[in-house]
Design a binder for this molecule. Structure first.
Ligand SMILES: O=c1ccn([C@@H]2O[C@H](COP(=O)(O)O)[C@@H](O)[C@H]2O)c(=O)[nH]1
Length: 270
């Protein structure tokens, strides 16, 4: 998917919502556990119930890897279902990969060629040769962790290195990488007050912003400090949508949560 196509979807749907697909068999409605593939059945139901309200889906691979081969097969079915039925949605494999160069190339092939995701999240810690292999794929994107939503973000990311906080060094340095136009960045919604400074370093990049919903981040603050002239935001909610109800009405409840977020986004975009 191109960035123009993504922006077009945001305008068309008046939404920059990303629905996180963190499927937890301990939280899905009990009746689905009788299905052959409960993980896929649940994700498919959520996708069908929310597709017109969001522009992106983000399965976090941990929730699939936790179930071994079966979980990975469910992930394959979900990305295939999305690509066949909702090809206009931007897809994110939240896998937080990154390694020495030749290994990063294998990760990139796994997510971009084998699974056909549009993007994958990457840890910046191993630097340029760990990231650039992900940027060699046309119309595919690496989403680099910059300032994460969790409390542990303050352990390293805000420490000063060479006169700047580490998360700012990540943004500045990565902006110089080859094909850096294929980079996006993760910034937690719980750190919205940092977005003004972040936008000074990466004014045009898309930001993936997890942390509204269950983690309590404010959509309004994120938009106020983080939006650019092409919106430039994908705001993710996972548990807040997926587990709005754990009963038979889970699809309606998930849709209602997604609708509330989409309506709030529409109001901000108008
Ligand atoms: O800084 C980060 C980076 C990634 N995540 C992931 O996003 C979702 C958030 O889920 P919620 O249920 O909406 O809290 C989840 O997959 C995280 O691993 C993040 O939260 N923060």
């Amino acid at each position: 998917m191109t960035l123009d196509q993504l922006y077009h979807q945001i305008q068309k749907k008046k939404s920059f919502l990303c629905v996180g697909l963190d499927v937890d068999l301990e939280k899905i409605p009990a009746h689905l556990l009788q299905e052959d593939d409960p993980i896929f059945a649940f994700a498919k139901a959520i996708i069908d119930a929310t597709h017109d309200l969001c522009v992106a889906y983000k399965p976090n691979t941990a929730f699939f890897e936790a179930y071994g081969v079966k979980g990975w097969q469910s992930l394959e079915k979900i990305i295939k279902y999305l690509n066949e039925n909702y090809p206009d949605h931007f897809t994110i494999a939240d896998a937080k990969r990154g390694d020495i160069g030749n290994t990063s190339t294998r990760y990139a092939k796994a997510f971009f060629e084998q699974l056909n995701f549009d993007s994958v999240t990457i840890a910046p810690y191993m630097g340029k040769d760990g990231v650039e292999p992900f940027l060699a794929f046309k119309d595919k994107y690496a989403i680099l962790l910059a300032l994460t939503s969790n409390a542990g973000a303050y352990d390293y990311q805000t420490l000063t290195a060479d006169a700047l906080p580490v998360y700012q060094q990540v943004l500045k340095t990565a902006s110089q990488y080859k094909n850096s136009d294929r980079l996006m960045y993760v910034v937690g919604a719980t750190k919205a007050e940092y977005l003004k400074e972040i936008r000074q370093i990466v004014p045009d990049s898309f930001l993936l912003v997890p942390g509204v919903g269950a983690q309590g981040g404010s959509l309004e603050e994120v938009y106020k400090y983080g939006a650019n002239d092409r919106v430039g935001l994908l705001v993710n909610s996972s548990r807040g949508i997926l587990y709005a109800s754990q009963e038979e009405d889970f699809e309606d409840a998930a849709r209602a949560e997604a609708f509330e977020l989409q309506q709030a986004m529409e109001a901000l975009l108008d």
